[in-house]
Design a protein around this ligand. Structure first.
Ligand code: RNT
Ligand code: ZN
Length: 413
């Protein structure tokens, strides 16, 4: 089968083995929060806040660190390739102790680092600036209240240093991504003031220079959220400007733009001006609903741009979705595999021929090739990638999840 696919692709000048190698060396950062509906392990009242909303109550969600790790191990057994874990600060191993966000230490994340080492995973990190009484009125780093600002500045600083330690111990830079919920339901009177305060707070957060071989800072924008429909302090323009000026990485979340606006088209522009990109591959449905990622046009377009722009070495691919209405393990695995399939399709594109046609002004040929590429036997290559990595092809995926549901998830009350 794979030989047939290789021959067909060779006719288009595409090297299937090179695509498989690129797949093996492109990790996806698995967001821990799909496993427990963004709950975390601080033992609080579970109020999410920050305009985030998880809907559904499918049984079997992870209630403890051990359960979440077990679930992640199951998901990893369903994913071809080598991956990373993307952890939120609220998922620390606090051992039942109440540790406020401005008091987190490396020791609270050491068991995660050790687990990642054992699993062969890199680790990424996020300050958690929501689901906390000091974020309840909707503002953190841009708050008019200096006490609130200082609290979140301290949290973010601690996170960067913990991120650097994670990167150092695992021998692979940790991407520490700052997202804050700050915004307003109704029309503000002083947008500028909020943005000036956010800029000043970020400058303080990032003042200490950290080795980018250990920690990479990223900032994530948003268009609107529930309760921040009229104004989001950290908008795209704000963070694009901030990232360019300060040469941080920029995070593009696929759900954080107008419903018809894709992030794919932005990649080539943004990478001319910022050193690195972080993606939150997600799927908004009518709003930033964080639906499970699909092998759809939007995801394929993102991956195609990464490949066409030779952007993979400067891009960190993360995921951001949380669906509690279906089996959470299946959601994780299906969404991650959809991102990977989209990447594979992109890597199998007849790039040279497409570029040649375009440069020659032969747009007829370009269109024909793009259509032809869709019907090429990429599914065989996907199955080969799964086989080489000893994970089920799509055929065996759901049976495997169902077995786990029966033996593990259904026992959780
Ligand atoms: C929120 C942002 C952010 C969060 C996670 C949990 O709109 O997308 O990335 O989803 O940090
Ligand atoms: Zn996001």
């Amino acid at each position: 089968m794979i030989d047939f696919a290789k021959e067909r692709y060779a006719e288009l000048g595409v090297d299937v083995e090179a695509a498989l190698e690129a797949m093996a060396s492109t990790p996806i950062s698995l967001h821990c929060w799909q496993g427990d509906d963004v709950g975390g392990f601080e033992g609080g009242d579970g109020e999410l806040g920050g305009g985030l909303a998880v809907t559904g109550n499918y049984p079997g969600k992870a209630r403890t660190i051990d359960e979440l790790r077990l679930d992640l191990e199951k998901v990893l057994s369903l994913l071809p390739g080598n991956h990373r874990l993307n952890l939120h600060a609220s998922y620390g191993d606090f051992g039942g102790e109440k540790v406020d966000r401005d008091a987190i230490e490396l020791k609270h994340f050491q068991s995660w680092i050790d687990w990642c080492k054992a699993q062969g995973l890199g680790l990424d990190f996020n300050p958690t600036c929501f689901g906390h009484e000091k974020a309840d009125d909707g503002f953190t780093l841009s708050s008019p209240d200096k006490g609130i600002r200082d609290f979140w500045i301290e949290h973010c600083k601690l996170c960067r240093n913990i991120g650097a330690a994670m990167g150092e111990q695992l021998g692979s830079a940790c991407v520490t991504n700052v997202w804050i919920p700050d915004g307003m339901k109704d029309t503000p009177a002083d947008r500028l003031g909020y943005r000036q305060r956010l800029e000043a707070s970020l400058d303080t957060v990032f003042a200490e220079k950290l080795d980018t071989a250990k920690n990479i800072d990223a900032v994530e924008s948003k268009l609107f959220g529930i309760g921040s429909e009229s104004f989001v302090v950290g908008s795209h323009e704000f963070y694009l400007g901030y990232a360019i000026k300060n040469q941080t990485a920029l995070c593009l979340d696929a759900g954080h733009f107008h419903p018809t606006e894709g992030i794919a088209e932005k990649i080539s522009s943004v990478l001319l001006y910022v050193p690195e990109l972080l993606l939150h591959v997600s799927r908004g449905v009518r709003w930033d609903s964080d639906h499970v990622v699909l092998f759809d046009d939007a995801t394929q377009a993102i991956m195609a741009e990464l490949v066409r722009c030779d952007a993979l070495p400067r891009t960190h691919i993360g995921l951001d979705f949380f669906d509690a209405s279906i089996n959470r393990i299946a959601a994780w695995a299906i969404g991650t595999r959809a991102a990977q399939k989209s990447l594979l399709l992109a890597l199998l594109e007849p790039r040279e021929k497409l570029r040649a046609a375009e440069l020659a002004g032969d747009y007829t040929q370009r269109l024909a090739l793009l259509e032809q590429a869709k019907a090429m036997p990429w599914g065989i290559v996907w199955e080969e990638f799964c086989k080489r990595n000893d994970v089920p092809a799509d055929q065996g995926l759901i049976t495997s999840v169902q077995d786990y549901e029966k033996s593990v998830l259904s026992k959780r009350s």
